[in-house]
Write a protein that binds this ligand. Structure first.
Ligand code: CMC
Length: 424
């Protein structure tokens, strides 16, 4: 029996090859379908379209599985650290001690920003949204490092891009935050370790190890998520051979929206709204179910996870731990838990397999760490950088990768003749 799929259309049968991945997932290869049958496929939101073969991250939404390079997220969150996970995503294997040290030494080489970038940062108004600041400044980096503009950049240069962006994006974020509170920037001190250095640049004081470790775990949980909206954007932009900064900057913009990374800010604002409204979360569940109301339960639902989001499970536990450690009594946590319980029992959410996602509890942790609400999505950027860079590297090393260029079904006017303005 042939392993090909068959498509019958107007009496003709077209054979389509089926590709099977290492986790036995199968995909019909329709690349040549238009040439043989004249048909294209249409798939709103790419709900059922694979855009590439990838060996970075495996995700099974029905079973709630997430693995980076084969390693379960639960093990990485428990045992690894963000720098090691970034190395793993980018290089495919866990580093030896020497490799990990060398990787971090490379990150540490970029412990400052060019003066021109500092000047640009200073020009943003203090109330600018941090995502706009990060996106523009990452894009601006391309003007200061022209060696990255060559599409045939060597491995050495590509390697530099991940270490450079991992170092400089956190400086950009912390420096801008300092500006918003009217304080001078704090120099990066890589000897503190990745997450502690970031917190030190933000808050300029003794940073507790457990607090830094909680942030590190959050960054690990956000590090990659296969072909999501922002990673796909990075790949689409990179597929034209645009430079790494342009590609990552577009990823930042794609992440900003509240259906994607922007949900973490939206969740906190929603919880505040529920609190200020008297804490009646049933009322907000009713609003989320009402098809005439645009309100959605932020932090709930996922395109791929239809059972539970394994990242949300880990974050919920981390949230309890960190709030206890910092002795924070946040009424928003109680509202979040109540809302979750009520939604999980509700027929509407049960039928649609809507569960809390990674963004539901992360904001409560960020808030406890002292990070302002409008900076939450930029925190997601910090975590997601190694994922975007690994997806970009994989794309650029893929010998058969093509420029991303979907087709469409045109539904506009058919040909008509131009009318002079006096006849319209
Ligand atoms: N509140 C209320 N109803 C919802 C929600 C929600 N949060 N999410 C989905 N639904 C409903 C939706 O209205 C639809 O109902 P019906 O079948 O009656 O039309 C059904 O569930 C299926 O939803 P969908 O919008 O078709 O699903 P999607 O895969 O296109 O969207 C999503 C996924 C994440 C954009 C969506 O669930 C959502 O908007 N969630 C809230 C925003 C959010 O938390 N985003 C963060 C995602 S996790 C971080 C990341 O990786 O980006």
């Amino acid at each position: 029996m042939s392993d090909n799929a068959k498509l019958e259309f107007k009496g003709e049968v077209y054979e389509l090859p089926v590709i099977t991945g290492s986790e036995k997932e199968s995909a019909i290869d329709i690349t040549k379908l238009r040439a043989t049958s004249g048909l294209i496929t249409i798939d709103n939101g790419f709900m059922n379209t694979g855009s590439c073969l990838s060996s970075v991250t495996f995700l099974n939404g029905e079973k709630g599985i997430l693995r980076y390079r084969g390693y379960p997220i639960e093990q990485l969150a428990d045992k690894s650290d963000f720098v090691e996970v970034s190395y793993l995503l980018y290089n495919g294997e866990l580093p030896t001690k020497a490799q990990s040290d060398a990787f971090y030494a490379d990150i540490s080489k970029f412990a400052s920003l060019p003066d021109g970038v500092k000047n640009i940062l200073n020009q943003f108004p203090a109330d600018a949204h941090p995502m706009g600041v990060v996106s523009s400044t990452v894009s601006a980096l391309s003007c200061f490092y022209p060696e990255f503009l060559n599409p045939e950049a060597t491995d050495e240069i590509k390697e530099k891009a991940i270490t450079q962006l991992m170092a400089q994006v956190k400086i950009i974020m912390a420096n801008f935050y300092r500006k918003t509170i009217g304080k001078d920037p704090v120099d990066s001190n890589p000897a503190l370790g990745y997450s502690k250095d970031f917190l030190n640049m933000m808050f300029d004081g003794e940073i507790d190890d457990e607090v830094a470790s909680a942030l590190d775990t959050l960054l690990i949980l956000h590090a990659d998520h296969e072909q999501n909206c922002s990673a796909s954007t990075v790949r689409v932009v990179g597929s034209s051979q645009a430079n790494i900064f342009a590609s990552v900057s577009s990823g930042v913009d794609a992440l900003w929206g509240q259906l994607h990374g922007g949900a973490n800010q939206a969740v906190l604002e929603m919880l505040e709204e529920i609190k200020n409204d008297g804490g009646d979360y049933e009322k907000f569940i009713a609003k989320a179910k009402d098809k005439n109301d645009p309100f959605k339960l932020m932090g709930f639902g996922h395109r791929v996870y239809k059972n539970f989001d394994p990242r949300a499970k880990i974050i919920k536990v981390a949230c309890d731990t960190i709030l206890e450690k910092l002795d924070v009594q946040d009424p928003l946590l109680e509202i979040a838990k109540g809302l979750e319980q009520a939604a999980l029992k509700d027929e509407y959410f049960v039928q649609r397999n809507l569960y809390p996602n990674v963004d539901f509890y992360s904001g409560i942790i960020y808030k406890a760490l002292g990070i302002p609400t409008n900076m939450f999505t930029a925190m997601f950027v910090l975590g997601r950088l190694p994922g975007w860079l690994s997806q970009w590297k994989e794309l650029r090393e893929d010998k058969v990768a093509k420029i991303a260029r979907p087709r469409q079904v045109y539904v506009g006017e058919t040909e008509r003749n131009y009318k002079d303005i006096s006849e319209r």
